[in-house]
Design a protein around this ligand. Structure first.
Ligand code: SF4
Length: 249
């Protein structure tokens, strides 16, 4: 744990918002505060969080000490809850001091990352969600590093979550499941109409193709059940169903 979290090196923070509910994966529906860190080592073609990948897209990221980040979490949610660390790729920064600070006050921490950087503080998490990116993202998976991420979590709970746009993505998800059969797998239909990244674009006017999403969800269910892939959990993005592409909810 940090000796002085108020004066630790600052973190690049794109946004902190909530409490709201977790919209996807193993904690779907669970009340949470989101901390989106700034910066990512990937550039997925369908990224829905470019404002947290590149600061040029939306606004300047705030440099905040772990103590300042936790003070904002406590201000938003004065009673302990699950904090979701997301990005960008939150694993490219040292979030260990923030996690230790919050856990000492009863807060729990889940982290979402593509699994391209392994950190020893993964072991302190209450949930590690690894979302390796399928072929439609345009990114390549480093299988050795993904395995290192799972190993780094030690006894912490780990799940895999894969966004599926098409058949190639589905086959990729099956490959991941074969490589890591002991890790629970969540499948999620991809959103072809994510929020536009341009600074001038309004979140509220980013129209979601709900029919297309439903169609992809039904296809994904049929595909997995047709393969007798009963170990997979198939979920839509609940927040997109409820709020479309609006941010900060
Ligand atoms: Fe966006 Fe996530 Fe891909 Fe980074 S890894 S570019 S945050 S979708």
């Amino acid at each position: 744990m940090s000796a002085d979290p108020l004066h630790d090196p600052p973190l690049r923070i794109a946004e902190i918002f909530g409490p709201t509910i977790q919209g996807e994966g193993a904690l779907i529906g669970v009340p949470t505060v989101f901390v989106r860190t700034g910066g990512c080592d990937y550039r997925c073609v369908w990224c829905d969080s470019m404002h947290a990948v590149d600061s040029a897209y939306r606004h300047d990221w705030a440099p905040m000490t772990p103590g300042a980040v936790f003070a904002e979490i406590e201000r938003l949610a004065p009673h302990p809850l699950m904090v979701t660390l997301s990005g960008g790729n939150p694993a490219i920064q040292d979030l260990g001091p923030l996690i230790a600070l919050g856990q000492a006050r009863g807060y729990r921490f889940g982290l979402e990352t593509q699994g391209s950087v392994a950190r020893d503080w993964f072991a302190a998490l209450d949930l590690l969600t690894l979302s390796p990116k399928p072929p439609s993202s345009g990114m390549e998976t480093d299988w050795a590093v993904l395995a290192e991420c799972i190993a780094a979590a030690k006894s912490a709970r780990v799940v895999l979550k894969i966004v599926v746009f098409d058949e190639a993505d589905y086959l990729y998800a099956q490959d991941v499941a074969r490589r890591h059969p002991a890790v629970p797998m969540f499948l999620q239909p991809g959103n072809h109409t994510p929020p536009p990244p341009e600074p001038s674009a309004s979140d509220e006017t980013a129209v979601v193709d709900h029919d297309g999403l439903n169609e992809r969800m039904l296809w994904l269910i049929d595909r997995a059940l047709g393969d007798h892939w009963y170990a997979a959990t198939i979920l839509p993005q609940l927040h997109v169903t409820l709020w479309g592409n609006k941010r900060g909810v």
